[in-house]
Design a protein around this ligand. Structure first.
Ligand code: HEM
Length: 129
């Protein structure tokens, strides 16, 4: 008898969370919270949100080993001169992590994304709070 086996180890994190539609849903919910946060909203008032969401979805997909390339700028270049503080950074990461947790993203994937977010903090923060 043939059995269908599920082998989670052979799936990429991107596939495990539900692929492109799951990433888009997370990114939409994330920026909804970011622009609804009065401390963060001013940073985004002049930003092309459709392009930002597209680039953020590409970046997250790429970090999850999805079949997508990132077409945005280097993170240091994209955030240069915005005067982002550690506190702002913490709030943005908090919104992203909440959305990922609420979407049911598994612990191991959260931990690995969390490590990447920590590693890019110095590229994004340019002002002390
Ligand atoms: C938590 C880690 C973060 C990641 C992974 C991230 C990622 C990105 C990406 C991929 C882009 C698009 C770059 C492009 O289109 O070339 C971007 C742009 C932007 N980010 Fe972030 N970001 C982070 C934190 C923050 C924080 C803390 C703020 C402000 C509070 C912020 C504000 C912005 C703004 C305003 C833009 C648009 C800049 C422009 O179009 O000129 N980001 N970010």
């Amino acid at each position: 008898m043939t059995e269908v086996e599920t082998r989670p180890d052979e799936q990429t994190p991107y596939e495990r969370i539900g692929g492109g539609s799951a990433v888009s849903a997370v990114v939409d919910a994330f920026y909804q919270r970011v622009v609804a946060d009065p401390q963060l909203a001013p940073y985004f008032s002049e930003v092309d949100m459709a392009q930002l969401k597209r680039h953020q979805a590409q970046l997250i997909s790429h970090l999850l080993d999805g079949p997508v390339s990132y077409e945005g700028r280097e993170l240091g270049e994209a955030h240069a001169g915005l005067g982002i503080t550690d506190a702002d950074y913490g709030r943005v990461v908090g919104h992203l992590v909440s959305v990922l947790v609420e979407a049911g993203v598994p612990e191991d994937i959260l931990a690995s994304l969390g490590g990447t977010l920590e590693a890019v903090q110095p590229d994004i923060v340019s002002r002390t709070s």
